[in-house]
Design a protein around this ligand. Structure first.
Ligand code: C5P
Length: 220
């Protein structure tokens, strides 16, 4: 089987950017597992489902019609139910809805095979919360990326602004804290580093130096 590098951590830790860059530098595939949970939540909301309707949401997750493609410029495009999804997927509302459906074990089970199918030659960089603990627990390199809550809120704020989305730093910081709490305290796949994960704190580091550290670890 192809090698995997898992990059887990709380929202806003920079793992999305980091994992994309690591995949780019190595020429490996990239899995943004958070996008899958966001897509399930979005599809459920569009169908008017209650996010705690376990059976219905799990069934939806099993049959989710989604394709990960690249556009003419090589930028990733996600196609849900036949139509491209835009910034809607990246809003805090989508993130919060995702964390609610992600707390349901049958939904997580429904997404397992879909996530593992991304493991293809020459390798995969997998970004999420439970990549190292559950989905790819045999990965030879596991990274757990953290940063202080304030720093993560600041980064998220900047990111949303850059995407032209409206954002309020204070509200964002409270939403992040709430989502972290839900992700860490849930009984299924709680957010925590795998026993054999390398924990990196990016609070005072820029993305380039974290990237170099991970690439060095990947060479070992
Ligand atoms: O990483 P992102 O912010 O896109 O993830 C959205 C939500 O999806 C997280 O707050 C978390 O609850 C859930 N998630 C998860 N397991 C993953 C990835 C995301 O539970 N592997």
């Amino acid at each position: 089987t192809a090698p995997v590098i898992t990059i887990d951590g709380p929202s806003g830790s920079g793992k999305g950017t980091l994992s994309r860059l690591v995949a780019e530098r190595l020429g490996w595939h990239w899995l943004d597992s958070g996008a899958l949970y966001r897509l399930v939540a979005l599809a459920a909301l569009r169908r008017g489902m209650a996010l705690d309707d376990v059976a219905a949401v799990a069934e939806l997750a099993r049959n989710l019609d989604v394709r990960f493609e690249v556009d003419g410029q090589g930028a990733p495009v996600i196609v849900l139910d036949g139509a491209p999804v835009g910034g809607e997927l990246r809003t805090e509302q989508a993130g919060n809805a995702a964390s609610r459906v992600a707390a349901l074990q049958p939904v997580r089970d429904a997404l397992l095979d879909r996530q593992r199918a991304f493991r293809q030659a020459p390798g995969l960089v997998a970004d999420g919360r439970d990549m190292g603990t559950v989905v790819f627990s045999d990965a030879p390199l596991k990274v757990f990326l953290t940063a202080s809550c304030e720093e993560r809120a600041r980064r998220r704020y900047k990111q949303l602004k850059e995407q032209g989305l409206s954002a309020n730093l204070h509200a964002l910081s409270e939403e992040l804290a709430e989502r972290d709490r839900r992700d860490a305290e849930r009984s299924v796949a709680p957010l925590k580093p795998a026993d054999d994960a390398v924990v990196l704190d990016s609070t005072h580091l820029d993305i380039e130096s974290v990237l170099e550290q991970v690439l060095r670890l990947a060479e070992e």
